[in-house]
Design a protein around this ligand. Sequence first.
Ligand SMILES: Nc1ncnc2c1ncn2[C@@H]1O[C@H](COP(=O)(O)OP(=O)(O)OP(=O)(O)O)[C@@H](O)[C@H]1O
Length: 491
Amino acid sequence: MHNNKGLKPDVGFEGVGSDMELQWSRVLERLKTECEEGVFNSWFKPLALVNVDEGCAVMAAPTRFMRNWLQSNYAERIRQAWSKENPDVTDISIIVLSGFKSAEPQGTLLDNDEQDEARPSASERKQTAAGRKPKASGETRVVQNNSGTEFGAPLDPRFTFDSFVVGKSNELAYAAARRVAENTAVHFNPLFLHGGVGLGKTHLMHAIAWANKQMFPERRVLYLSAEQFMYQFISSIRFKDTMSFKQKFRSVDLLMIDDLQFIANKESTQEEFFHTFNALIDHHHQVVISADRSPTDLEGIEERIRSRLGWGLVADIHPTDYELRLGILQQKANSVPEVEIQTEVLEFLAKRITSNVRELEGALNRMVAHATLIGRPITMEMTQEVLQDLLRANDRRVTIDEIQRRVADYFNIRLSDLLSSRRARQVARPRQIAMYLAKEMTSKSLPEIGRKFGGRDHTTVMHAVKRIDELRQTDSVLEEDILHLERIFST
Ligand SMILES: Nc1ncnc2c1ncn2[C@@H]1O[C@H](COP(=O)(O)OP(=O)(O)OP(=O)(O)O)[C@@H](O)[C@H]1O
């Protein structure tokens, strides 16, 4: 492992050698002669070279505003200036590294991985050049406190506690998040939120920041992804500004780092994270961390960090169940009152799109966009047509074989009996339920389902589906059984 103390100031990022620096100073000279002095001083002088890689020159601007302005007004001019100095450069990218002062860049001995990560990927560069926000850049989401001190960038205004739908799978995480947001006294430190992709970790963290900002405007809250943490750490070393970095991170009242798994195997970043984390906890400043798995399962993260992550409260966000998915869809549907969506459609989506909330929302958004375009209410027929691809992708997760196996297990009967022609009630009813679920949860046709059930006719399947549909309305035990089974398949 590399220790910060052992960092060598003379080791640069791969690709930013003195040649590149020389070219960069020529590019600046060229821009200086082409522009008015005021323009040059305001916009180009504060830029710093990050690297040149695969024909793309990456430069850093100290603020998002400056980056956006340069991107919209001067990108082509900068690109041309580069091409004239170095014909291999065909593309440019400007990233934001907040807090750096344009200085002679110096590098450090970082893990190879960390050096690689510090360079935007080719696709990120393309996105940046096209003015779209890369998934993770060197930007920090920071809350602007009331004293006007800039301490970050905007949080997603949609991610509040009000818009978070609570169910069994996320109630602990939600309650803990509220506790952190609404109290200045530290009850558990850190709060560690973990769960699979798209289940609301980021949403909850932003909600904490919003609520905290509203209730305690003077508090300094900092939210960023682990990737951004690493990026800022690397640039602080590179621009010899580690003191400001440490000061910035250690002076906050509430630090939230999202997607910690990202710094797995990034040893220097972990070292710095460890010290930041300890300093904040020692001073009773709240820390909230999220990751896609529990502290003990965070492979590639040092043991001493993993054990400390478990010191406070570890709250798991489980996969959603049907009721929660329906609740989320209803809430989203209410937010677009201008579009009429049949309840049947919401129930269908909640049943069929089980992967994660992001996909569920995406499906509804697609439907809303489609319905708005053609000016018609959202019907089942339209849904099945518009979402064909998504439904198929979700289908792959539940197969008829799996349904048959699970139903047989649940009712404690043999699979061979379920598929047989036996008509005894204790076998016939589970068989009907399995057929019903196969129709509900897969996109297989009635004849296909019939074939899977020992070569039965499609009318038998149709009858089973109808019968169970009716019984669900009147037989509460059967309704419970089906809800339970649906839950099994959606997790
Ligand atoms: N319980 C919920 N209520 C309302 N919206 C939710 C809920 N859970 C998730 N969402 C929505 O689902 C989307 C994905 O959530 P989010 O980005 O917070 O997931 P995540 O767990 O951070 O995922 P990742 O691991 O990919 O970072 C967001 O638009 C969020 O608002």
